[in-house]
Design a protein. Structure first.
Length: 212
């Protein structure tokens, strides 16, 4: 599998945007291999587990990305980063770098474990603890990249508005024969969503070890 490859999947002709060892991100294409949503500047990518995709897809052909497509979608960026268990987003933001680093240390996390982003602009989307997306925030810098600590301080600040101190987890309810069942997701993580205004977008959530 390579970036740009064309497959048949879910009864659609699709093109691979990016993938890692866990997931495949893709978009539907027309018969002439152009993206169905090519004119859209804001898109949430379709995604599937890599295992499911391999078992249920059929390869058609390889097609390299054009330079403009690479610049917009940035398939070189990670699909997930800074995913940790044992802690949760907090209500307060960290104004000082040392305060944030000490916070991480209290959970056994070294700042060297944090991953940054090799990009000068990124859109970050916070998530309510009922798993609904909130207003996106554009982060940008002049040096052309975000170091891990810098990125995480900003993400904690963005998410802080939607944190309930009495509920250190994300939750989703589903109906069961007798009432409803709550599934909980703890931990933290940053996950690729798509593009917003042709800028790579990520959402903030818990540690996604399984679907909830």
């Amino acid at each position: 599998m390579k970036i740009g490859d064309i497959f048949n999947y879910t009864e659609n002709r699709i093109r691979i945007l990016m993938f890692d060892d866990k997931e495949v991100f893709y978009q539907i294409v027309n018969k002439d291999d152009t993206f169905v949503y090519a004119k859209y500047k804001t898109i949430s990518y379709y995604r599937a587990s890599k295992e499911h995709f391999k078992l249920n897809s059929n390869f058609i052909k390889s097609l390299e990305f054009e330079k403009k497509e690479l610049e917009i979608h940035r398939p070189d960026l990670p699909l997930r980063l800074n995913c940790f268990s044992g802690l949760f987003w907090v209500k307060n933001s960290f104004e000082k770098k040392n305060d944030f680093e000490n916070f991480l240390k209290s959970f056994g996390i070294n700042k060297k474990e944090l991953t940054g982003l090799d990009i000068n602009k990124v859109v970050v989307i916070p998530t309510s603890q009922q798993l609904t997306s909130k207003k996106p925030t554009l982060l940008q810098n002049e040096k052309g990249y975000f170091i891990g600590t810098e990125l995480m301080i900003e993400c904690f600040k963005i998410q802080s508005e939607f944190v309930n101190l009495e509920k250190p987890y994300f939750s989703k309810f589903r109906l069961i024969p007798f009432g409803r069942e709550e599934k909980r997701l703890t931990g933290i993580g940053i996950y690729r969503l798509g593009i917003k205004g042709n800028i790579p977008s990520y959402y903030l959530g818990g540690l996604e070890t399984e679907n909830i």
